[in-house]
Design a binder for this molecule. Structure first.
Ligand code: PHE
Length: 450
């Protein structure tokens, strides 16, 4: 199969576009709020630095060496007699599971983008009822916006690596950064900014329970798009002679920076008007619009910019969630790109409707598993189990299965890691990452208690 190649900047933007997503702007701030701020942020940063970054390098390496879809890459690189490693490549399907609810949230964002023009809610009560009403009662409207999101993503992916994925990322990523840094500049002028800084960076250890710890580790995988073959699939189109380690560093850095900026912006606005940070998933859909209404027309403008940034972040990540399976269907089944996109989109569109119904009043009971809404089950299964499992397999494969000399040849040279950094990375990929991930999964399954 002929694989198109990204340009260097195109690859960086596409990988950063994948990493920077709803996880950064919607999820990270609300998790920071729920888990009490500073200590959570610190655990998250340490995990990103020691585990996330190392696994990203490993995942990029598999992609760059395999130059194929995830299943074929594992198969190609595994030594004779260990070809069953190809099954690890099915981590590419995690993206489709994530897309079932990710696309629904992008749909909510579209809905907000439209409804902001009708004015912002002036009390938390009103804001809550708008959001709750959408989720519990407006099933058709949600399906409409979910369908719109599926269609946009499908259109971009069907255009392919160069004229679809690279092109859209080169436009949306700089726009997203411009908006967020613009909002940050404004937030900086607010009194709430200092409080936001303190909330995010002064660790209050007493608030850090084992759940917060686990969620921080899990989230560091989700936010970097690791453990499901998105980065691997993009890296299959890595331009020649591009430094894997430098690119992984830039992407990790951008992703972390944007999460911190989003948090600072949201909390500055919140503290400016003495609102509570611990709002959960409704933080950007309920608290933020209410707070922004205090700014009058300027607030509407801010809300518009904010939700636009959120939509951009969501779309660029969504395409990377779909691309691995599309690539797989093209490579292994000889499907045309268009056909593969249609098949895959239909599948997650349908399950996504199930996720929507699982939050609705009328159908909630039917679409739940073990008393939990399908939406939550899908999110939990990916974020907490499948991505860490994918990360574990990547770490083991690169740390133990690939020939050591080959890994060293690619990652320990003047263009990549210097000797000492290579040693630290290797230690992390062979020991720290797998052990931490195993602990995490056992803990989540209730087999051990931290
Ligand atoms: N990293 C994306 C985010 O932060 C989500 C994602 C996960 C995208 C896995 C691709 C793969 O929202």
């Amino acid at each position: 199969m002929k694989i198109q190649r990204f340009s260097r900047i195109g690859f960086i933007m596409a990988a950063a576009g994948s990493a920077v997503g709803l996880g950064n702007i919607w999820k990270f701030p609300y998790m920071t709020g729920v888990y009490g701020g500073g200590a959570f942020v610190l655990v998250y940063l340490v995990t990103i630095a020691f585990i996330g970054f190392s696994v990203m390098v490993a995942e990029m390496l598999i992609g760059a060496l395999g130059r194929s879809d995830t299943v074929s890459s594992f198969e190609k690189l595994a030594p004779p007699g260990k070809k069953w490693w190809k099954y690890a490549g099915f981590m590419g399907f995690n993206g489709i599971i994530i897309m079932t609810f990710y696309s629904v949230v992008i749909g909510w964002i579209f809905y907000y983008l439209v409804s902001i023009f009708g004015g912002l809610p002036d009390s938390t009560q009103t804001a809550k009822s708008i959001f709750n009403d959408l989720v519990a009662n407006k099933v058709n409207l949600q399906i409409f916006f979910h369908t719109l999101s599926v269609a946009i993503v499908a259109y971009i992916v069907h255009k392919g690596i160069k004229s679809g994925i690279e092109k859209i990322n080169l436009i949306l990523m700089p726009s997203l950064m411009l908006i967020l840094f613009g909002l940050l500049a404004y937030a900086f002028s607010l009194d709430g900014f200092k409080e936001a800084l303190a909330f995010m960076f002064e660790p209050k250890w007493e608030k850090l329970n084992s759940e917060a710890f686990i969620r921080a580790v899990g989230h560091s995988f989700f936010t970097l798009s690791l453990g499901m073959g998105a980065i691997m699939t993009y890296a299959a189109s890595l331009p020649k002679d591009t430094s894997i380690t430098k690119t992984a560093f830039i992407v990790t850095f951008m992703d972390t920076l944007i999460a911190l900026v989003a948090g600072l912006v949201i909390f500055s606005f919140l503290f400016q008007f003495n609102a509570q940070p611990s709002q959960g998933p409704g933080l950007v859909f309920i608290s933020l619009p209410t707070i922004l209404s205090n700014f009058g027309t300027l607030g509407v403008f801010f809300a518009l910019l904010f939700f636009l940034a959120l939509a951009f972040a969501g779309i660029t990540s969504a395409i990377s969630l779909v691309e691995p399976v599309v690539q797989y269907l093209i490579d292994r089944f000889g499907m045309t790109r268009t056909k593969a996109v249609i098949v895959i989109s239909l599948v997650y569109w349908l399950v996504g409707i199930g996720a929507i119904l699982s939050y609705s009043k009328a159908w909630g009971d039917v679409f739940s598993i073990g008393g939990k809404p399908l939406f939550d089950v899908l999110e939990y299964a990916t974020d907490s189990i499948l991505l860490p499992l994918g990360g574990f397999l990547i770490a083991i494969f690169v740390g133990y299965v690939l020939p050591k000399s080959e890994v060293r040849a690619h990652l320990n040279n003047p263009n990549e890691f210097k000797a000492i950094l290579y040693k630290i990375w290797l230690f992390s990929i062979r020991y720290i990452a797998p052990i931490a991930l195993i602990f995490m999964m056992l803990n989540l399954m209730g087999i051990i208690k931290l």
